[in-house]
Structure formats: C-alpha cells, structure tokens
Design a protein around this ligand. Structure first.
Ligand code: FAD
Length: 515
C-alpha cells in the first residue's frame, strides 16, 4: 500500500498557501524549527518552485495553463485582463481567478459582482500585481501602534515579500510622471504620503529579468529546507476540529482520490482568503456573530492618460523584459499617490500596454507613454455588509455556499464622486486624458476584500479574533488574510495582512512554548 499523503498528527496545520499562510510557515521555520507543520492547499501546484508567480513563467502557453489550473472547479470560463472591459461592466474573472456563482454575489444590495478567488499553491499571490504600500492615516490599526509595533511588523512583511523600490528605476518616464503628479496633488504631504515609487514585491535578477514575488519568496529557502514542513496540495480542508474550546486538528478531503482524512494538531491557522476563511469557520460550527461581517471592498475609479511632451526616442522598445502575461513595460514604472485623511484615496499609476480608447491612425503611441490611473476608495464600513453561508446550497467544492449582502452608502457614493474629480486632476497633470470620462469598476474588481474575520482589541462582539489573530472563541485557532484587517483601507492590503500574520505566528510560537 502506498504511504498516505497525510500525517496523522502535526504541531501546526496551515490551511491555504497564499502569502499569509506562507508567512506563518516562514516565521515558524525560522523561529521554531522543532515544530512539525502541514500546509494544506485545495488547489494544484502550478509553478516551480511551488507558489511562484505565474508572471515568472517565460513561455506564454505554460503561463496560460498555470492560470487555467488556478481557476477552481469552473476552470475554462473565459477570463480577461482588460480594465476597459471591466469598466464596461462585463462580469468576467481575471486570468488565474474565478468568480462567485451567479446568484451568490448579490443576495442583497449592490453585491460584489467581481468577487474572485484563486485555487492554487500560492493563491492569489501567484497572480497579483505585487504593489505593497504601507497603510497611512486612518487605514492604520490604532491598537497596534504602541512603540512602533505596526511599522516593525510591516518591515518584517517587506522582508518576507521581498519588497523593493528600485526595480523600475531605469524607467525613463517615471520621475517625470511623479513630478507632474506631485505638482497636482503634492501640497501639504509629509514624507510618508508624498507621491513616490510604488513599493513592489519584485526584484531584478543579474541578467536583468524581473522576478515577481509569490508565496515561494515568502516561504524562502529556510521553509523549503525545513524537514518538518510539508506542503500538501489538492487537499480541501472541510472542517477545523475543536475539543473543549481548543483547536484539535482538521478534517480533509483528498481531491485526487476523494478520500477523507483527519490530521490532529493543537494549532491551526486558517489563511483561506477573505471569502473562504469565514466559510471554513462556519463549516466547523465556529459561528461568532461577527463572522462574515464588516465585509469591505475598495471601490475603484480608473482613467487613462498620455504623457505629453516626451521624446519617443527615449521610450525604449516593446516588449519589456519582464516575462509578459500582464507584465509591465518599463518606461514609466509604477507610481503611488498615498492615502491621506484629506484625500482618502489610494492612487496607483502604471503603464498600460495599449490605449484603452481607439486613437487616430496617424497618432503613433510612444511605448510607455500611456498610463492607467486607478484610485481605490476606502469603504464606509458597516456590520450589515456581510457574507452569509448556506448549508443547504453548497458551493462547487461542497462547502457552505457563500452569499454576499453588500451595499454602497451615501458616504461611499460621495467618496467615489470625489475620486472622480481627483482622477481627472491627475490625468490632466499627466498630459492628455484619453476618453471623455473616468470609469467606476464593478464592485469586487479590487480583489481586496477585507473584514470578514476581523481583528479587535477586545472581544466586544464586533470581531472574530484578537490582536494576535487568535480566534476569541477557540484557543490555538488563528485566522490570516485581508479578512483580519479591521480598518477601512484603500491601499493594497497584502503587506498589512502579512504583517499581521507575522505577529500571529510569533504569538503561536509563544503559546506553544507555554503549553
Ligand atoms: P490567497 O492568496 O487568496 O490564498 C488563499 C489560499 O487558500 C488559496 O490558494 C485557496 O485555494 C486556499 N483555500 C481556500 N479554502 C481552502 C480550503 N477549505 N482548504 C484548503 N485550501 C483552501 N494585493 C496587493 O496587496 N497588491 C496588489 O498589487 C494586488 N494585486 C492583485 C492583482 C490580481 C490580479 C489579484 C488576483 C490579486 C491581487 N492582490 C493584490 C490581492 C492579493 O493577491 C491577496 O491580497 C493575497 O494573495 C491574499 O493572500 P492570502 O494568503 O490571504 O490569500
């Protein structure tokens, strides 16, 4: 008989292999190498090393296959990667992701038509843009600010994700672009909130190619070399087991054979994304009132503009040396207009490969001269914006069906109106806006869903876990992901959720030491 893929018992089970699950594995491997760890992932391994970003796959056909394999049980549905098509309101997933089924994304209210997930080793971190800004002003988590703790955790998250700021320093139009943006909206900004290069989880190899960070970078060599760490793919975790108010292990289904198994563990980390982490808790009978509540997405307003007054000869040639597949050309890089309480939008300005609107035939485009502008808005968060779960209408994995109850408030519509004005200002500053107006993307397009297992300072009924990410109701059970972030952020959330995972992993180790 062949040996089972599953150990009978480990010290720590990690559910999900995206960047936040990987952060737990990395910190445990660095600081507590004596602990045995099983990381369980429902999706297949689609890259080598496991968890690597698909943009690093050079061959376009191989990259497309890796994306398709990440698209869950409905894989094969058409996807597209065009902000213009999204702006037209078409309900299609981005490559490497899949959407909630029809009927589930808007059970009540506006819903989240583009709410998406990825099922593969590395999770969405194998498909992301890798923008890693720090939260600012009201985005920050007040109860983690004492003695600079939040910034130290964010430093650690940057280390784990391999964040750099200089990967696009060779981009000929980057500085010019930032000068123009700063001239338009730079007044009164301090160092942290000034217009600047976007911190990105990417590094440049000696041969000049860019390497985008995925969970492989977060895991790092130390985890891969850890003999007590195992990553087991194609494994659906169906239930977290709880005994006497404490985590006791997990039940799993082997997606290859259909067989069920149990793994005993005194520590369980659920890092299964903002939709499926609360789903698994629900399936496990862990149902605090705050579960699934405070769901928040970042509304997005987008526009495009052409950098005027530049010398096309400086632009370099297409295609860029980044590996394609949604990769960026290198003429203008990625710029960041940070969130402030006065201008509560996170601005991301990056090159578009082509104009989103038709240009005259006698109007040649200098490579890199067209940029997409995106402003993300923080949600007016409310406890009634929430996920619920249906035990009678399961999803394609057989887990409780996810239902979205979500609406924009008047304050949200005001914020979107202000973002519209702001993005016109930015597009004018860049040069020549393309198209007659900005667009609001359908809700859920941000891929940044938060709040559904939110962290709280105290167990006051409005949070699922405490400041260490340990679930209030179940000791030894930790939650990870954007779902843990309690504030309304506008910036890309992964750096923050990896920072919270670092704190959680250290707390887990400390708790084990005290057992
Ligand atoms: P995920 O990466 O989603 O991983 C969760 C994993 O859990 C998945 O692999 C899933 O299959 C697995 N899982 C779920 N349920 C189960 C179960 N029951 N059993 C076993 N396994 C399970 N964020 C940024 O901060 N900056 C960006 O620039 C950015 N750009 C993005 C662009 C795109 C196109 C996409 C798709 C995402 C982007 N994001 C970005 C979002 C970012 O990828 C996520 O914030 C990040 O991956 C979240 O990490 P995670 O570990 O919490 O979850």
């Amino acid at each position: 008989m062949s040996e089972s893929r599953y150990p009978a018992e480990v010290d720590v089970v990690i559910v999900g292999s995206g960047p936040t699950g990987a952060a737990y594995a990395r910190i445990l491997s660095e600081d507590a190498p004596e602990l045995t760890i099983a990381m369980l992932e429902v999706g297949p391994t689609v890259t080598s090393p496991p968890g690597a970003h698909v943009k690093n796959i050079v061959d376009a056909g191989d990259r497309a296959r890796a994306q398709l394999l990440s698209e869950g049980p409905g894989a094969g549905d058409a996807t597209f990667n065009s902000p213009t098509a999204l702006a037209e309101g078409r309900r299609k997933a981005r490559p490497g992701t899949f959407l909630l089924p029809d009927g589930a994304y808007a059970t009540e209210g506006d819903g989240l038509p583009l709410a998406a997930m990825s099922s593969n080793v590395g999770g969405m971190g194998a498909h992301w843009t890798a923008a890693c800004p720090r939260p600012g002003a009201s985005e920050r988590i007040g109860f983690l600010e004492a003695d600079g703790e939040l910034d130290r955790l964010l430093d650690e998250a940057e280390r784990l994700l391999g964040v750099t700021r200089d990967a696009f320093d060779g981009a000929p139009f980057g500085d010019l672009l930032r000068e123009r943006l700063a001239a338009a909206v730079g007044e009164g900004r301090v160092a942290a909130s000034k217009v600047q290069r976007m911190p990105l989880a990417v590094h440049r190899r000696e041969d000049g190619r860019l390497v985008w960070s995925g969970s492989d970078v977060v895991l790092g060599d130390v985890t891969r070399a850890n003999p007590r760490f195992r990553l087991i793919d194609e494994t659906l975790v169906t239930r977290v087991l709880v005994e006497d108010g404490r985590a006791a292990g997990v039940s799993v289904t082997d997606r290859r054979t259909g067989e069920d198994h149990t793994i005993a563990a005194r520590s369980v980390v659920v890092a299964a994304d903002a939709l499926r982490t609360p789903q698994l808790l629900w399936a496990s009978g862990i149902r605090p009132d705050a579960l699934g509540r405070y769901l928040n997405d970042q509304s997005q307003v987008v526009y495009a503009s052409r950098i005027t007054g530049i010398d096309p000869a400086e632009a370099g040639t297409e295609p860029a040396t980044t590996g394609g597949g949604g990769a960026l050309s290198e003429s203008s890089g990625v710029s960041w207009v940070p969130f402030t309480d006065d201008l509560p939008f996170h601005g991301q300005i990056m090159q578009l490969d082509a104009s989103p609107v038709p240009l005259a035939e006698d109007d040649p485009v200098a490579p890199g001269s067209i940029v997409g502008l995106g402003l993300f808005c923080a949600k007016d968060i409310r406890r009634d914006d929430r996920l619920t779960f249906s035990d009678t209408e399961p999803d394609a994995y057989g887990m409780p069906g996810i239902r979205v109850h979500y609406s924009l408030t008047e304050a949200d519509h005001d914020a979107i109106g202000r973002a519209d004005e702001q993005i016109r200002l930015l597009a004018d500053a860049v040069g020549e806006p393309l198209g007659d107006r900005p667009f609001q993307l359908p809700l859920g397009a941000s891929l940044h869903y938060q709040g559904t297992t939110r962290m709280g300072e105290t167990d006051d009924g409005e949070s699922v876990c405490g400041p260490t990410s340990e679930v209030w109701a179940v000791s030894g059970l930790f939650v990870a992901g954007n779902n843990v972030i309690p504030t309304a952020t506008a910036c890309n959330p992964t750096l923050t959720s990896v920072a919270l995972a670092v704190k959680g992993a250290r707390a887990l180790i400390a708790a084990r030491a005290g057992d």
